[in-house]
Design a protein around this ligand. Structure first.
Ligand code: 9MR
Length: 581
């Protein structure tokens, strides 16, 4: 299998912000510098220069050069770069490049809501569908769901929430980071200069709750928060206050599968410490953000968070079973110290209570950049301490000046590393895992590192951090070894066959492609041996950043997921603001 990588001249196919850095990559066997020409849409030469030979890029095994046209700031569409006799995809130079991505990436969440009909008036006829999993036949849930045999003898109404990904499971671990990053997207508008709250406000996004005087992005977050609270073990039961790890079908369903036609039995899986701490953290953040809008809901979030924290302290080591993967993902995690840190950070920021400060200061993670933002990865669903650091570093709280400085140093030290990676790596990506181990959902690692950079940029005003975010965007929108934009509808060569049971046009032509703003998980070094049939057939021996297929069947490289679109939404919001400034 040889991928079609199109032109060897690689650029951000969406474009470049007028005041930002503008670089690209040329794949060539040449070892000496080569001339390049930037042309405007009418063919006139806008700039010329020579490439910088970079040698072999370890993530792709391609011999590459880089080129830079940052000095060009004239807005326009239809620009191209020519080098080595080849022409790039077209791109724009404009401040408003990411305007629609902010709302498109957030509409992903409404589109994946469970327990509510998806309204054609908001998303268009082709994406409208009946409510899924409300108990109407052939559905068996989620309004009255039993536990897996032997786990509990009660049933819960766990309607609502978002479907996790291409499957229709609902997982508290993963819901947590996703909803937190949406709340962070909103909270950033309260703390960062120039961040636009109106674009996330009531009436601005594709949600059905228009006119309730609550910012639309918080309405979207609430859909998931309500679900997470329903997953809490009721008072009077053993493990009261703990939170069930997940609810999903007893067996994996095939693809395509409309949610309202899923005939499988849904089951609650055992409570875990990790799920409990995800609720503690997310609900604590909910309490402070909803306080000005809905005091009753804010109180409910605060009580749920405090009950979850107490339960997790009483049961600190109930781990998810790594073999519990029939019908749904395991989301198993054998280290919950980071979830404790994150929950303590959110609870401390919301309540100021000393017990949470002590939990933070007593954590081995406190002040340890390598532990919070591991050099070979970054934040992810199984490593959430960074979410706590982002909050402590930016949201007003009662840390002493010294404690605050220490937390901010963790953030900027990590940001310095990611910024250096965008300078050192030939494709400019702020992600450099050890041994080129691009993980499942690697694009979300890139984006989570971009959140760290963006937050550091907001905090310090340093242009280096902003520039590194922009280089990360270049990678995601086409300046990469496959010449692939990983976001549906953005860029000339964008992904369109992501693994999803409804957006399964490739398998079922009457169904749509994913809507604009849907992020593919991206290159995954271990995809060929992960069970993914397409990856096994086509990607054996792939170079890390090329282990990707835009194929509906490739769930290990081309799925969509809430925890991947959430950092896209944060970053899109940041980029849109950056383009305005
Ligand atoms: O994002 C998850 C990744 O970290 C794991 O390596 C992978 C395999 O266990 O599972 C990913 O999550 C999937 C989940 O298990 C089920 N829903 C789809 C998720 C995205 O592929």
């Amino acid at each position: 299998y040889v991928p079609d990588t199109g032109s060897p001249v690689r650029v951000n196919q969406v474009g470049y912000l007028p005041q930002g850095p503008k670089s690209g990559t040329l794949v060539t066997e040449a070892t000496e510098p080569l001339p390049w020409t930037l042309r405007a849409a009418d063919g006139t030469v806008a700039a010329t220069g020579t490439t910088v030979p970079g040698g072999v890029d370890p993530t792709s095994r391609q011999n590459v050069h880089t080129f830079d046209f940052s000095d060009v700031t004239t807005p326009g569409d239809g620009y191209t770069v020519e080098a080595d006799g080849q022409v790039s995809e077209t791109f724009s130079i404009r401040g408003d490049l990411y305007d629609s991505l902010r709302s498109d990436s957030l509409a992903y969440f409404y589109q994946n809501r469970s327990g509510i009909a998806i309204d054609a008036a908001l998303v268009g006829e082709q994406y409208a569908r009946p409510a899924g999993h409300l108990g109407a036949a052939p559905n068996k849930g989620d309004t009255d769901v039993p536990c897996q045999p032997g786990v509990c003898d009660y049933r819960l109404d766990v309607r609502g929430g978002w479907y996790d990904a291409g499957d229709q499971g609902k997982y508290v671990v993963n819901g947590g980071i996703a909803v937190a990053e949406l709340m962070d997207t909103y909270e950033r508008t309260l703390t960062a200069d120039g961040a636009e709250s109106a674009e996330l406000g009531d009436g601005a996004l594709r949600v059905p709750e228009h006119g309730n005087d609550i910012p639309d992005i918080l309405d979207e977050a609430r859909w998931e928060l309500d679900f997470m609270m329903r997953m809490q073990v009721p008072a009077g039961q053993p493990l009261a206050g703990m939170v069930h790890h997940k609810v999903h079908d007893a067996q994996w369903t095939g693809l395509p599968m409309m949610p309202h036609l899923d005939p499988q039995q849904r089951e609650l899986h055992p409570p875990t410490t990790a799920a409990t701490l995800n609720l503690a953290a997310a609900a604590a953040q909910c309490a402070r953000l909803f306080a000005p809008y809905d005091a009753e809901f804010a109180d409910r979030c605060r009580s749920a968070a405090e009950a979850a924290w107490s339960a997790a302290k009483a049961h600190p080591d109930i781990l998810a079973d790594p073999d519990d993967g029939t019908g749904g993902g395991t989301y198993s995690d054998d280290d919950v110290s980071d979830e404790f840190y994150w929950a303590a950070a959110e609870l401390f920021t919301t309540t100021g209570a000393d017990t949470y400060r002590q939990a933070l200061l007593g954590s081995p993670l406190h002040g340890d950049t390598d532990a919070v933002f591991p050099a070979d990865g970054g934040m992810w669903w199984g490593g959430t301490a960074g979410l706590g650091v982002l909050t402590l570093a930016t949201v007003p709280n009662d840390l002493t000046a010294g404690q605050l400085a220490q937390v901010r140093t963790v953030l900027t030290t990590a940001a310095d590393r990611y910024a250096a990676q965008t300078e050192d790596q030939l494709y400019g990506v702020p992600y450099a895992p050890t041994g080129q181990n691009y993980v499942w959902g690697s694009n979300s690692q890139v984006l989570n590192n971009m959140i760290v950079l963006a937050t550091a940029a907001d905090l310090t005003g340093k242009a280096e951090y902003r520039d590194a975010v922009l280089r990360g965007a270049d990678y995601l929108f086409g300046r990469n070894p496959l010449n692939q934009s990983y976001v549906t509808g953005y860029g000339e060569r964008s992904s369109e066959n992501q693994h999803h049971r409804v957006w399964a046009h490739q398998s079922a032509p009457s169904l749509p492609h994913p809507p604009p703003g849907s992020l593919a998980g991206g290159p995954n070094l271990t995809a060929p041996t992960s069970g993914d049939p397409e990856a096994a057939a086509k990607l054996k021996g792939c170079a890390a950043a090329m282990c990707y297929l835009d194929d509906n069947g490739s769930y290990a490289t081309n799925e969509v997921a809430i925890n991947w679109n959430a950092p896209l939404a944060f970053v899109a919001s940041y980029l849109d603001d950056a383009g305005d400034g």
